[in-house]
Write a protein that binds this ligand. Structure first.
Ligand SMILES: [Zn+2]
Ligand SMILES: [Zn+2]
Length: 129
């Protein structure tokens, strides 16, 4: 009988290299969406790993602002409050529009599903649809 070798599950909705580059290749240092210091070195998934759209990405310092916050509240909960999710998304919309990013159909569908009314309006205005 043929057996399939054990393989670890690939991480869901991992950000592409192109998305990593959008946040890290254009600047010597990237601002952290949590504290505004220039020390971001990882991309947090704003609405968990539901999508790898760049609009689901929030740069943070992994050690100081991403993981340490997890330790304080147990399970990543600080980042996952509706208020913080929409605040991070707002920052990402501003960031991507300022750098001249052009949203794909998948990005539009992501915004439609996850952005609140204010951020949907901001998205439409920022990218001039
Ligand atoms: Zn920070
Ligand atoms: Zn995270």
């Amino acid at each position: 009988m043929k057996r399939t070798p054990f393989r670890a599950k690939p991480p869901k909705a991992k950000f592409t290299e192109k998305t990593q580059a959008l946040f890290f290749d254009y600047h010597p240092v990237t601002t952290c969406w949590v504290c505004d210091w220039f020390h971001a070195d990882c991309l947090h998934h704003i609405f968990r790993r539901v999508s790898n759209s760049p609009f689901n990405a929030a740069p943070m310092s992994n050690f100081t602002c991403h993981i340490n916050r997890d330790e304080k509240d147990g399970q990543h909960l600080t980042h996952l409050t509706t208020e913080n999710q929409q605040a991070y998304l707002k920052h990402t919309i501003h960031y991507l529009s300022e750098m001249g990013y052009e949203p794909t159909e998948a990005d539009k569908a992501f915004i439609e599903k996850y952005a609140d009314e204010e951020n949907r309006a901001l998205f439409l205005e920022a990218f001039r649809f």
